[in-house]
Write a protein that binds this ligand. Structure first.
Ligand SMILES: *[C@@H]1O[C@H](CO)[C@@H](O)[C@H](O)[C@H]1NC(C)=O
Ligand SMILES: *[C@@H]1O[C@H](CO)[C@@H](O)[C@H](O)[C@H]1NC(C)=O
Length: 498
């Protein structure tokens, strides 16, 4: 045997190539690994390690129990018959101690765990679970969408867990959830990744939380669903989240506390911030106190309309964050509007509101949606073109029924000439006047152009012109939603007949 194959690390690495990614577990690769394990004594341990370290079902493990203890069910799931003794369970340790990651890849509960509910419950009983899986650090229980999920989860928490992902059941008692979250922070203090998903929100299931994040100091990724409202206060206690890189959650309406401790940086290494809040002020305050110099992506959604002054202040904070960070490349800003009173008079944002963004030279994605009346004009776009040389995606949209059409084909031409990487563009324009000459806009990479809600006299001529000018265009969207929105608003009594 070649001497390098005697080094376990090298052997493990080579054998690792046989393993496919966790989404595409294919039996043929598992078969290769199993054959390798039988090839010779030197290969056995490393091959078994690789074979077992990531499991997407529990079926294969249960099948290692003596044959009289299990049977195959109607959906191919494995079910226990009879009660395995402690020794039966312990006999599985030979394989199970190698399992580090349990991550089912199917949303269907039976198929994805590979075992029936009772069998799952038996494996997830605290004695069995902790004895069988001493090396397990990553647990994805998203497939468990019923109430027993929370009970099972509670039983298997341990200081060994580094990554935990689960989904909230459709209906849940706030009290139970609070208890579970408390257990998680108490009993899984080493967590690096905590991701909780939920089904579409039912209003009654929206929960307001005060959490002890201080107890999980190594957290790198925190993603909560929109049904959990987290108070800014519990997020911003001193010395918390010093390693957090990805934050995605919804804030309660409480104001964001101002922090004045220079020695206690807030989110010092944050890379991605996705916040849903009631007001843009909250987003602004959060961004202001974030000290990270690694921020790459800022994505904010707010529901209460923002005045021009607040928008300007927010964008100034974005400008400052861009100054602090070497890498701020993505800004997504969305007003989650409702068709009701306050939108009757949408805020008008003059081009000067957006001036702070012109300092953000590293932007690759800028996506501003539904904020109000976006009074951006050709002159602003001419400046923006110079300011954003790396832009790949641009979406500038006011509220859908009031796109104010101050930009023209000239803006498209400027952007396409100036931003040589721009591939996706969405903006309403006034396309009544088409340039005489059909000047091709260099070899522009624009693939997708959405000019919905634009004003056009001759839509076919506009389409001909754009298709002729943009050699790589794959998708041209020019739906007119405007009339449809007006009809909806008239029905709701928001606007009168014109
Ligand atoms: C564009 O830039 C010029 C020169 O820097 C400036 O005078 C003008 O106000 C800017 N226009 C807009 C709309 O920002
Ligand atoms: C095009 O833009 C309109 C207006 O913002 C939007 O409603 C629509 O979903 C967009 N279409 C696509 C395919 O992105």
């Amino acid at each position: 045997m070649h001497p390098c194959l005697l080094v376990t690390e090298i052997l493990l690495h080579i054998i690792g190539f046989l393993e496919t990614s966790s989404e595409h577990h294919s039996t043929c690769h598992k078969g290769d690994l199993a054959r390798l394990a039988r090839t010779c004594r030197a290969f056995m341990d490393p091959a078994l390690d690789v074979l077992w370290r990531t499991q997407c079902t529990l079926g294969p493990l249960v099948k290692c129990l003596p044959g009289h203890l299990w049977t195959r069910g109607a959906c191919d799931e494995i079910n226990l018959i009879g009660k395995p003794t402690t020794n039966d369970w312990l006999s599985l340790r030979r394989y199970s101690f190698r399992i580090r990651v349990f991550e089912p890849s199917w949303p269907d509960p039976v198929r994805s765990s590979g075992v029936g509910d009772d069998t799952l419950s038996a494996i997830f009983s605290p004695d069995v679970f902790h004895a069988l899986f001493p090396a397990l650090h990553t647990l994805n229980l998203e497939f468990l969408s019923n109430k027993i999920a929370l009970a099972l989860l509670d039983r298997v928490l341990s200081p060994r867990l580094l990554q935990l992902r689960f989904r909230l059941p459709r209906h849940l008692d706030p009290h139970n959830l609070n208890e579970l979250l408390e257990s998680i922070t108490d009993r899984a203090p080493s967590l690096r990744v905590l991701k909780i998903d939920a089904y579409a929100p039912a209003p009654s299931s929206v929960l307001h939380l005060e959490l002890g994040f201080g107890q999980i100091p190594h957290l790198r990724t925190l993603c909560f669903p929109s049904t959990l409202y987290v108070s800014p206060r519990s997020l911003l206690k001193p010395r918390q989240m010093q390693h957090l890189r990805v934050l995605s959650l919804t804030l309660t309406t409480d104001p964001v506390p101002a922090l004045y401790h220079p020695d206690q940086p807030v989110f010092p290494v944050l890379k991605c911030m996705k916040i849903t809040a009631h007001t843009l002020d909250q987003c602004c305050d959060l961004l202001r106190i974030t000290t990270s110099s690694q921020l790459g992506e800022v994505s904010m959604s707010y529901s209460s309309q923002a005045s021009e002054a607040v928008m300007h202040t927010f964008l100034q904070e974005v400008g400052k964050a861009h100054g602090r960070s070497r890498n701020l490349h993505t800004l997504v800003l969305q007003h989650a509007f409702t068709i009701s009173g306050p939108n009757l008079k949408p805020s008008v944002y003059s081009p000067s509101t957006f001036k702070p963004l012109l300092a953000c030279h590293r932007l690759r994605v800028l996506d501003i949606r539904d904020v109000g009346d976006l009074a951006i004009d050709d002159a602003f776009i001419a400046n923006a073109t110079l300011a954003w040389p790396r832009l790949e995606e641009l979406r500038l949209r006011g509220l859908p029924w009031i796109d104010s059409h101050r930009t023209t084909i000239a803006s498209l031409r400027e952007l396409i000439r100036g931003c040589s990487r721009l591939a996706r563009l969405s903006m309403a324009i006034d396309a009544r006047a088409l340039p005489d000459k059909n000047s091709a806009w260099r070899s522009s990479p624009v693939e997708e152009l959405n000019i919905s809600d634009s004003i056009m006299e001759d839509p076919e001529a506009v389409e001909r012109y754009l298709r002729a000018s943009l050699p790589n265009l794959k998708t041209l969207i020019a739906l007119d939603n405007l009339q449809c929105w007006r009809a909806v608003l008239r029905m709701e009594g928001v606007i009168g007949d014109e």
